[in-house]
Design a protein around this ligand. Sequence first.
Ligand SMILES: *Cc1c(COP(=O)(O)O)cnc(C)c1O
Length: 389
Amino acid sequence: MKDSFYRDTWAEIDLDAISHNVSSLREFLGNDVNIMAVVKANAYGHGDVQVAKTALEAGASYLAVAFLDEALALRKKGMEAPILVLGAVRPEYINIAARERITLTVFQTEWLEQAALLYQETIPISFHLKMDTGMGRIGVKDEAETKRIVEMIDQHPYFSLEGVYTHFATADEVNTDYFSFQYQNFLRMLDWLPYKPCFIHCGNSATSLRFPEKVFNMVRFGISMYGLAPSPEIKPYLPYKLKEAFSLHSRIVHVKQLMPGEKVSYGATYTAETEEWVGTVPIGYADGWLRRLQHFHVLVNGTRVPIIGRICMDQLMVRLPEKVPVGTQVTLIGRQGDAYISIDEVAQYLGTINYEIPCTISYRVPRIFLKKKSIMEVRNLVLDGKGYV
Ligand SMILES: *Cc1c(COP(=O)(O)O)cnc(C)c1O
């Protein structure tokens, strides 16, 4: 689908990077392990359907999202691959899920009783049973309840247990004590089941990359599909090079010279000390470029230039080493020549994790999808003020 936009701020999503990250994992884990591409939250802010398609082409066979609406949105956009909803869905919506062939997570007897009562379809629906091995979020912990759930599913004419899974709380930490504790719990819990369902999975990105021998026959690949390390501390231990897919750009819309003593932005907190060149960039906190990034920097002509004064809702100002033409590209995340601002660097500056950064870049910022052959074509479209969305 082609769409146009007219603002000078956009994110570029390198689909070849996504493809590289998925096919590298496929090679690393071998063909016996199924890859579930985690595309919740609009694919961590990258664009759900484009990422989903790319991941499936590169070797993923299942998609995962957080809630039912995200799964339905993918169906609406034509995605036919199996989709697992990782979070809770109200039992009254089981019929919608069944009609759209969406797999639900089950973790409560009461929920299953309600769902069975409310089920009106005469088509099959699959479940993955979630075990709580120590994450303390959703999942069953009790042997009797586990057995009861499996029994109820098996007795229902249209329900089937397709998978069982758990989630680790510390797979991205160097210390593996708690990971091992949860893994042992999972092994013990699997023994409660009267049979092994088709898919058994416990691996997020960190687990998949660090403990490939412990992932059973499916992994849920999220953050590292987007080219990001699950945590700074395990970055040195990753088995292959990840490629970052997300970059963020804008263009200078106004350039002016300030005289000593002149001020910049709300609160007049910045005062020019000498004659300074200042550029205005049309991105602000409503785009997800948060006010706390005030003293951070961006790239202009391959060098880092500081953000000065308060970040506004839609605009910010930078101090330029010299006068530059209006229209000069600004890179907020990504590369300009040898200069590079990574998502990890932005996350570290904000005191948060890399996951949060692309998720925070709001819907106001159009995503442009780059593929090998189309890069030049798309760049020209950007120059024309048009892009793929
Ligand atoms: C989000 C999520 C994942 C993906 O984790 P990453 O660390 O991004 O790979 C996997 N499993 C569950 C249950 C999740 O909620």
